[in-house]
Ligand binder design. Sequence first.
Ligand SMILES: [Zn+2]
Length: 217
Amino acid sequence: MSTLNQITFLLFCVVFLNLSYSQNGKDQPKKSIVVIDPGHGGKDVGATTKTGIKEKDIALGIASKMLVLNNALFENPLMLFLTRYTDTLISLSDRTKLSKKLKADIFISIHCNQAINRTASGTEVFIHPKSEVQAEESAYLGFTIQKGLADILGIKIRGIKYGNFQVLRDNGDIGATVLLELGFLSQTNEAVYLSKEESQSAVALVILQSIIKFLGL
Ligand SMILES: [Zn+2]
């Protein structure tokens, strides 16, 4: 075989092997790692509604529904982890251990708001201005989620703010990192809405869709 023929043959082998390798599904791109942090837990109940529904339970409800929906509706496009799967209290420093170890692409801490002004309503997103690139990515993720919640579920947007929260600050140089305040438990309509299982599923679905949109999947 001439040298030119040998090179052509080798190139053919490389292309053919590459194609068959992808066709076998072994060359799938790495799944994006997403860590969801349901705020509070255990003896730290967070905010409560007038009827006694606790922020820690709403946050865990939404995060758990995201896990189920990621498997059931979207064919598992994300590697989704929670910082807590049950009603337990995790220290703030432990909440970011997993995301740092896994070098997560996305970290979302889920909370509900409360205010003395009982008419205050809507979603707030907090990001940490640690590095310009991360702040930019985090702001874009936060914007995508807030817009989804407003467009699909009609929840008012209160904007994206800088917040020096430990879970944001501690997250090293992982990907987009946001803390979501999903509505006010001190406002009657939002408290009733966020307490319902079906609303929690709707919010979980919109957050998932927004993550998928953000990642361009
Ligand atoms: Zn909270």
